[in-house]
Design a protein around this ligand. Sequence first.
Ligand SMILES: [Zn+2]
Length: 208
Amino acid sequence: MSNEYVKRKVALKDMNPCMICSKPATTVLFNQTLKDLIYTCDIHLIENPGFVVPIHSQEYNSTVAELQRVKLQLKVQASNGSGSWDTWVNKIFTKRNSSKDSENSDDTKKDETPTPVKEDQDKLPAIDYQSEYNKLLDKMTELQMKVRNFKLNDNMFQHRLQTKKAQQIAIAKRKKEEANYSNTKPEELEKVFSFPTVPSNDPNKKGQ
Ligand SMILES: [Zn+2]
């Protein structure tokens, strides 16, 4: 029995009470190996490890790793100033102004037009990391919304397993009893069934 549930949608006519809050739900988690169904609102599936943990795709995991890397780069850049983002930005502006001054003092006045290009080049690394970070964050959120597979909280899964087992035993028992009823002549029922806790005259009544 594997603890893997797939999220599915059911039609409105098939909705059932949510296991968590009892509101009508059209989302169901289905476990193929256990033949288990859990109706739930979508909201309970988000950041709720007491209930479920999402099983993420490889793409999601690599996006998160990339996000961490870019975040670190942003931090490193910021701390290259005197610690804060503002001083880091100021440093870039100061640097740019001084480079402009040195160009202006040059005798080659013809080259005045390329100056804005140089400014952009100076600015590029900082903006790239920030926009890359935002892009990755969007992608991560999008992949989070797409998750279809979930792992049930361990304790809850054990409980589902036990409940299923008990149900199966009860069903098997009932089938056996039904088979006995249909295969056995009423007068033989007394012999087949024994009701140790029931007074001896009761089984006769049951057989009729
Ligand atoms: Zn609910």
